[in-house]
Structure formats: C-alpha cells, structure tokens
Ligand binder design. Structure first.
Ligand code: NAD
Length: 294
C-alpha cells in the first residue's frame, strides 16, 4: 500500500485528497489552514503538524499549492522537503507553476535520488470533487507508470506531455485558451442581455452553435444561467481570478522565452490585472463578467 503525504488542501487539494482516501490510500495531510487538516482527519486521514511531519514515513508526496514561490519554498533549499525524503520517494507536484520552476525542482529531486513528475491538472473544483481531472504530466514515462494508480484515483485523463516541465507548458497553453474563452463569453453575454435577450436563452443558443465552448458548457459567467457555476453563488468556490492572472503571466513568460506571439493572452492578462486592481482577485475567474456590466 502506498503511503501518501498530501500538502496543500485548498479548493483543489482537499477534494483530490478526499478521492485518494476513498480509493483506499493511506494519507497524512498538511496545510497552513488548520480547518482543512481537521476536515480530512475526520474523514480518515492522519493530521500532520508541518510539511516535514507529513512526509515522515510516507513513500509518495503530492503537493497542490498556489504558485511557483510556494512550491520552491516547500521543496528547495537546505531546509526544503527534498533533503528530508528517503531516496526512492515519489514526488507528484500538481500545482500550476512556471515550467522553469518545475525544472528546478526536478533537477534538485534528481540530485537527491528522488523520482518526480510535474503534473498540473485541469477540470476545476467540480472535476476535483468528481475525480475526473485531466493530468498533464512532465517527466520520465516510467515514473508516470508508477504514479498512474494515484492519478487515476483523482482523474480520468492522464496525458504524458513530455520531459521535465512539459506538463506545465501544456497547462499554461490550456489556461490561455480558457481565459480568452471566458472573456469572450462574458463579453457576448453582456452584449446580448443589454440588447434585450434572456441570458438563459442566449447561453443555450451559443452553447449549441459555433460559439460553443467549455465556459458555455460548464461554467457560464452570467449569474443564474447555470445553477452549479460559481457565478450563481456570488463567484465563490472556484478558480480564483488571481490564480488565472498568475497563469496568464506564466504564458507571457513562456512566450518571451520562445519569442512567440500571444496577443490574445496578453490582452487577457491585462483584463485580469484590472480585476485584481478592483479587489476581485479572490473571487472566481468568471467574475470577469462584471467588467462588462454596470
Ligand atoms: P487554493 O489557494 O485554494 O489552495 C492552496 C492551498 O495551499 C491553501 O489551502 C494554502 O493554505 C496552502 N498552502 C500554501 N502554502 C503552503 C505551504 N507552504 N504548506 C502547506 N500548505 C500551503 O488554490 P487552489 O484553487 O486549490 O489551486 C491550487 C493550484 O491548482 C494552483 O496552482 C492553481 O493554479 C491550480 N489549479 C486550480 C484550479 C481551480 O479550479 N481552483 C484548477 C486547476 C488548477
């Protein structure tokens, strides 16, 4: 039986950890927020008092943290976790971070004799709860085979994107498309409603027409159109706008490195930065709808 340390129990990490428990894995969990640890402890996980405590005696580490600096802070340096893990421990880093940052952790892990994968996910909080996430994996194919049963307990699509950091590149490209689709959908919803259409009617017409996209299928930004979307619960409980701004920034960094032209991604980043200036960074990223309504 694999013994898993799970670090980072936020919007995504908590339901992911819950699915590992349901699949029968033994879990030791840690987050900076004590409530999250308690919730999972009540469901059968072992509570840890620190990240270092969480990894004691475990053979796998899964982390789900906000951004590059949290991941590098956790794993790297003299007091970082990599120095405390037994050789052979499997490290599955699932946060969305810069490909360069993921490669730094890969390199440091290899130096300690540890197998590591960068394995960011897509599918949102609903996918995390349902265990239907998509994993985009960077690293050795043989390591992915070792990790596959763990990913399968949390997701339904597991892709090997390529070598170290490739999972992060795939994720950044995906989120660039997602942001642009969300903004375009919000813009069109506002235009249609301002012109007298019923939001639910317009949403359904576009969903079934050539403008159809993931945001119209699963995540409409107009309040009340989709009962289960964050827009219908005050833009709470989803993917925070500040995390989308972070991912769009990562896309621009990658574009800089490769001299790629990414004008739509650049505009999307500017619009999300504007939302952050309006104090909406902690709300779900579909709150971009509010840029287009009074
Ligand atoms: P979140 O902010 O809800 O959760 C992050 C958690 O990490 C928090 O509970 C925080 O307390 C904890 N944390 C931070 N530093 C820590 C440390 N040093 N030790 C232990 N815990 C620490 O974020 P989230 O929405 O769960 O997203 C996590 C990652 O997944 C991000 O990189 C995000 O971009 C990515 N992601 C999110 C979604 C989504 O829909 N929310 C979808 C796909 C990918």
């Amino acid at each position: 039986m694999k013994r898993i340390a799970f670090i980072g129990l936020g919007h995504m990490g908590l339901p992911m950890a819950r699915n590992l428990l349901k699949a029968g894995f033994s879990l030791k969990v840690f987050d900076l927020v004590a409530d999250a640890i308690e919730t999972l402890a009540k469901e059968g996980a072992q509570a840890a008092s620190s990240a270092a405590d969480a990894v004691q005696g475990q053979t796998v580490v899964v982390s789900m943290l906000p951004a590059s600096r949290h991941v590098e802070g956790l794993y790297l340096g003299d007091s970082g976790l990599l120095k405390q893990l037994e050789p052979g421990t499997l490290v599955l880093e699932c946060s969305t971070i810069a490909p360069e940052s993921a490669r730094r952790v890969h390199q440091a892990a290899a130096e300690q004799g540890l197998a590591m994968l960068d394995a960011p996910v897509s599918g949102g909080t609903a996918g995390a709860a349902a265990g239907t996430l998509t994993f985009m994996v960077g690293g050795e194919a043989a390591t992915l085979e070792q990790a596959r049963p763990i990913f399968q307990a949390m997701g339904s699509n597991i892709f090997h994107a390529g070598p170290d950091g490739a999972g992060q590149v795939a994720k950044v490209c995906n989120n660039l498309v997602l942001a642009v689709q969300m903004i375009a959908t919000a813009e069109a919803m506002a235009l249609g409603v301002a012109s007298g259409l019923e939001p639910t009617v317009l949403a359904e017409i576009m969903r079934q027409s050539s403008g159809g996209n993931w945001t119209l299928e699963k995540y409409n930004p107009w309040p009340g159109v989709m009962e289960n979307a964050p827009a219908s619960r005050g833009y709470t409980g989803g993917f925070m706008a500040e995390l989308m701004a972070k991912d769009l920034g990562l896309a621009q960094e990658a574009a800089q490195v490769t001299a790629s032209s990414t004008p739509m991604g650049a505009l999307a980043l500017q619009l999300y930065r504007l939302l952050l200036k309006q104090g909406k960074g902690q709300q779900d990223f579909s709150v971009v709808q509010q840029l287009f309504v009074e």
